[in-house]
Design a protein around this ligand. Structure first.
Ligand SMILES: [Zn+2]
Ligand SMILES: [Zn+2]
Length: 213
């Protein structure tokens, strides 16, 4: 089913993230789901007004739908419970700006693979990999670390709380600079993470990163 014909909600892992539009700097909501939706909204809930900032619309939507969206003939349908939850959560946040919740850290273990979608909150380039992993910079440790040791490394912290989520989770991971290139600060990305354990140190490695915004 095409993303604009589907009804979106929990069954397609609908996620909405408050972000700042990188073209016009206004506060908008980026919606994504397993149907392949990548849509920006001005506000949450009916009538789900689209953010029609020109440049972003070009990037966020496939070309053939732009004309329809511009005149509002495509209505994107949401499951009622999803709509209710995000609208209530947003209203709650607005009234009593909650203190930031404790961010829970997920611990990696060797061989664990996860795909996470979230907002890039920290980005540190040219991390000193061997100091970070507390390893001597030897041929042997290079071989153990693998492809991550072949070039510059970027450390990224991803916050995965979407509107309506209970928990605030974050993932800090290391990725080859070439893999991390498209992960811009404040943007929404989908990351394939691999758990690594080397000696006493465990960490997440970013295996691939897909920029969604
Ligand atoms: Zn969907
Ligand atoms: Zn905009």
């Amino acid at each position: 089913m095409l993303w604009y014909q589907a009804s979106h909600g929990d069954q397609c892992r609908s996620r909405t993230f408050p972000i700042v539009c990188r073209d016009c700097r206004s506060h908008v909501y980026f919606f994504t789901c397993e149907h392949g939706s990548k849509v920006l909204f001005e506000e949450l809930g009916p009538p789900w007004p689209l953010h029609t900032c020109r440049v972003l619309r070009m990037q966020a939507l496939r070309r053939e739908f732009q004309e329809h969206l511009a005149d509002g003939t495509i209505k994107i349908r949401f499951a009622r419970d999803y709509t209710k939850r995000v609208v209530a959560s947003e209203a709650r946040d607005r009234v009593q700006k909650p203190a930031p919740r404790e961010i829970q850290r997920m611990d990696p273990y060797e061989g664990l693979r996860m795909t996470e979608v979230g907002v890039v909150r920290e980005r540190q380039i040219d991390v000193d990999l061997f100091a970070r992993l507390d390893l001597p910079e030897t041929t042997v440790s290079r071989a153990i670390v693998g492809d991550l040791a072949l070039g510059p490394v970027t450390q990224i912290t991803l916050h995965t709380r979407a509107v309506g989520d209970e928990d605030d989770l974050s993932f800090t991971f290391l990725a080859p600079a070439a893999v991390a290139r498209d992960a811009e600060y404040g943007g929404v990305v989908s990351v394939e993470l691999g758990g690594r354990v080397i000696g006493d140190v465990s960490f997440w490695q970013g295996l691939s990163i897909d920029s969604l915004t």
